[in-house]
Design a binder for this molecule. Structure first.
Ligand SMILES: NC(=O)C1=CN([C@@H]2O[C@H](COP(=O)(O)OP(=O)(O)OC[C@H]3O[C@@H](n4cnc5c(N)ncnc54)[C@H](O)[C@@H]3O)[C@@H](O)[C@H]2O)C=CC1
Ligand SMILES: C[N+](C)(C)CC(=O)CC(=O)[O-]
Length: 485
């Protein structure tokens, strides 16, 4: 049975949480008194559906059921996890916790608060031990970070279970060991935000110039190495010590306004909002969200390919879900090995999936099959692998943006050195392409073919025997131009 998350407050952040839980198979009940909450969450969910699956190489769970409750009591009934995302006001959060705890007992309550400490949130609570901060980043359905901040009163075991829940929905729970106003990340954001406001107020730069200064340079670096690793590299061969010696003293030069905050008045708000309108007002917020999401998918995909930073979290989430998938059973037909979603970068000028991506889909499929028979990354680390010697692709249909594809493998023949397979790339059960491939087992250091070890043959040969009675695909052995004869 699907587990249930209660989302209290369904604005920008509550909507993002709802989408992340739903797309990870949880049922979600939202309570928000705003009459527009249903429409707003529907729009956030549409954006999430168009983006989150594109990060996954494992079939998504079937989406959970979304419901809107008419009270907090109704929303939290039967919930396994509660996430509070109401407006950033301490008195309001206290009232909401009191209402939640009238009917929910022992269920973890994460708060999305950007700045309040958990001990502040817990003041006056009937059961402070279940309350902690789970501070996410916008868009919650794509960015993995959730700062998890317990106080001394929070139940340590409950926090560990809550972190497990966050990992299950693909997040990276960063345990903040010592509570502090604004946790870790928002303290940086505040510092940058403060400097940016000064630069605009003092007429040094416009909002657009500041954004260019970030996105053309250090913003790109931060997404993959953070602050300290980036600066370590910037220290050259002497590393961090040299970096500190060179740039440490600058902190006392007038490079920053330090703690000075510009007066927050209508003049400043109008100045910033006016420049922001001029910079980005030609796009609606939903359009900007979609642009942001597609850019993030591109970045995250690259990091995933490199098993680095946030990409590592995506790979771990795939592995977690792959482990829960039913294991393909040899002998019952071609083995379904890969699940892919057609991404924006895969579309060509004809408006459909470009030809090189069919080869990519096939290689994802054959790689999954090789892992299945034991020729995985650890095996390649021993100096042996399978190399593809020949491929014949037939294009039979069109795949379009967002289509869900599966890749299946039929073993046509296998012996100690050779593996002859037929891959079908399927959309809704129909083949959009087939690929026939010959793979050879190689000794990588010698650069020569060699017999695969018994452990691999023990897995491969029974599959080949089980597939032998399957009808031989018509396209197997076909060559280009054959139909003309
Ligand atoms: N917007 C952002 O970039 C981020 C915000 N946060 C935090 O998330 C929380 C929510 O912020 P946003 O979603 O941005 O605000 P928002 O203004 O978009 O949404 C707040 C929602 O709370 C609802 N609400 C008010 N009183 C309520 C009640 N008694 N019961 C249920 N719902 C109620 C409002 O109707 C509104 O829909 C805040 O604590 C904020 O600090 C955290 C990370 C990022
Ligand atoms: C502006 N903010 C303080 C609400 C931002 C956050 O809390 C996190 C984010 O998504 O940047």
């Amino acid at each position: 049975m699907a587990r249930k998350a209660a989302i209290i407050g369904g604005g920008v952040i509550g909507g993002g949480w709802a989408a992340r839980f739903l797309l990870n198979g949880w049922d979600v009940s939202v309570f928000d008194p705003d009459p527009e909450a249903g429409r707003k969450i529907g729009e956030v969910l549409a954006n999430a559906r168009a983006s989150l699956p594109a990060l996954s190489d494992v079939p998504m769970q079937s989406e959970g059921a979304l419901s809107f409750a008419t009270s907090i009591t109704e929303a939290v009934e039967g919930a396994d996890y509660i996430q509070e995302s109401v407006s950033e006001r301490l008195d309001l959060k206290h009232r909401v916790f009191a209402q939640i705890q009238q009917s929910s007992h022992g269920v973890p309550i994460g708060s999305s608060t950007s700045g309040f400490k958990p001990s502040e949130l817990q003041q006056g609570a009937a059961d402070p031990s279940v309350i902690f901060v789970a501070h996410p980043f916008n868009p919650v359905y794509l960015l993995p970070l959730a700062e998890v901040v317990p106080s001394a009163q929070t139940d340590a075991g409950l926090v560990e279970r809550a972190k497990e829940t966050l990992r299950e929905i693909g997040m990276f729970p960063l345990h903040v060991r010592k509570e502090i106003d604004a946790h870790i990340a928002d303290r940086f954001l505040e510092a940058v935000w403060r400097e940016a406001l000064w630069l605009v107020k003092d007429g040094v730069a416009t909002t657009e110039e500041i954004d260019e200064a970030i996105r053309m340079g250090f913003g790109l670096r931060w997404g993959q190495m953070g602050l300290f690793e980036t600066y370590r590299v910037a220290g050259g061969e002497a590393g961090m010590k040299h970096f500190m010696a060179q740039f440490g003293p600058c902190l006392t030069w007038p490079w920053t306004k330090l703690m000075d905050v510009p007066e927050f008045n209508d003049e400043l708000v109008d100045l910033i909002a006016g420049q922001s309108d001029a910079q980005s007002g030609m796009h609606s917020i939903r359009e900007l969200e979609r642009i942001r999401d597609q850019n993030l998918i591109g970045f995250l995909r690259v990091l995933k390919e490199r098993n680095w930073g946030a990409g590592k979290v995506l790979l771990e989430h795939d592995a977690l879900r792959r482990a829960a998938l039913p294991v393909p059973v040899p002998g019952t037909g071609p083995l379904e090995m890969a699940h892919l979603t057609v991404l924006p970068g895969w579309i060509d000028y004809n408006g459909h999936m470009t030809e090189s991506r069919y080869l990519f889909a096939a290689s994802e499929t054959s790689d999954a099959f090789l892992r299945f028979i034991g020729a995985d990354v650890a095996y390649v680390g021993t100096g042996y692998s399978y190399y593809t010697a020949e491929t014949h692709i037939m294009h039979l249909g069109e795949a379009k943006l967002g289509d869900a594809l599966t890749g299946s493998v039929q073993v046509l023949a296998a012996d100690e050195k050779r593996l002859h397979i037929f891959i079908r790339i399927l959309k809704g059960g129909e083949a959009v392409a087939t690929l026939e491939q010959m793979l050879l087992h190689v000794d990588m250091a010698a650069g020569k073919t060699c017999a695969a070890p018994k452990a691999i043959l023990d897995r491969l040969l029974p599959i080949a025997a089980a597939h032998a009675p399957l009808p031989r695909p018509e396209a197997a052995g076909r060559h280009v131009g054959q139909r003309k004869a």
